[in-house]
Design a protein around this ligand. Structure first.
Ligand code: ADP
Ligand code: AMP
Length: 222
């Protein structure tokens, strides 16, 4: 376990975490674990987890820490067996979750190797979020203007329907951004002290962000 790598993408909704993730998971052979994707699929499948998370997710509120931490601790060691490590997207999202993750990993003499903070002004996120199209089963995202699917409203890989998420509206985005900013500084301070925080400029083209993300992870994982 101590040789496994644990990375996290930290940034506001719509900053490009899900878009960039496949480049990193492919390069470093990591398992991708997006807590948002897990909750959306659980809600769709009407599982116990889905029932617990539904009201929070559909109102753009954070799911309580205890539910998130239980879910991660149930999955993390099964997921990590499959690959060289895990790339988390949207986790940890509170200081309490960050401390819980450290504790889970310490048991196996593992640690968080890199936290990539996606820096982008809030004003940019409204256009990104309101134009986002999502393939729920895979979590793949597109954008009506910036990254259109090959066939309108269909996933490029499976041909299945794309949807506009119910929480991808300006009203819910405002609420989700407030929650993000209330928590982000404490999480960043924590990882900065551990020497694993990297900031990237997420307000540039998708390819330029990819280059910056890969270059900075490469430096930290050396
Ligand atoms: P997150 O996972 O951080 O919530 P996404 O990766 O889903 O964000 O990106 C949000 C939306 O913005 C998507 O529609 C995506 O296609 C688009 N997008 C992502 N990165 C960029 C970028 N650098 N420039 C323009 N649009 C982008
Ligand atoms: P995302 O797909 O990352 O935008 O997440 C969608 C929604 O899932 C959020 O608005 C929250 O309701 C919930 N969620 C995802 N990850 C977490 C987390 N780590 N802690 C609390 N709630 C979360």
């Amino acid at each position: 376990m101590e040789f496994k790598k644990f990375l996290s993408f930290l940034g506001p909704p719509g900053c490009g975490k899900g878009t960039q993730a496949p480049k990193v998971t492919d390069k470093y052979q990591l398992q991708f674990l997006s807590t948002g994707d897990v909750f959306r699929q659980a809600i769709k499948d009407e599982t116990d987890l889905g029932k617990k998370a539904k009201d929070f997710v559909s109102n753009g509120k954070l799911v309580p820490d205890s539910i998130v931490i239980d879910m991660i601790s149930e999955r993390i060691f099964e997921e990590v067996k499959k690959t060289e490590g895990i790339l988390f997207d949207g986790f940890p999202r509170t200081y309490t979750q960050a401390i819980a993750l450290d504790k889970m990993l310490q048991k196996f003499r593992a640690r968080v190797h890199a936290v990539i903070s996606f820096d982008v002004p809030d004003s940019v996120l409204f256009e990104r979020i309101t134009g986002r199209l999502t393939h729920i089963p895979s979590g793949r995202t597109y954008h009506k203007t910036f990254k259109p699917p090959k066939i309108p409203m269909k996933d490029d890989v499976t041909g299945e329907d794309l949807v506009q998420r119910k929480d991808d509206t300006p009203e819910y985005l405002t609420r989700r951004l407030k929650e993000f900013h209330e928590n982000a500084d404490l999480i960043k301070d924590h990882y900065r002290k551990l020497g694993v925080l990297i900031s990237v400029n997420a307000n540039q083209s998708i390819n330029s962000v990819t280059n910056e993300v890969l270059t900075s992870i490469n430096k930290l994982l050396k």
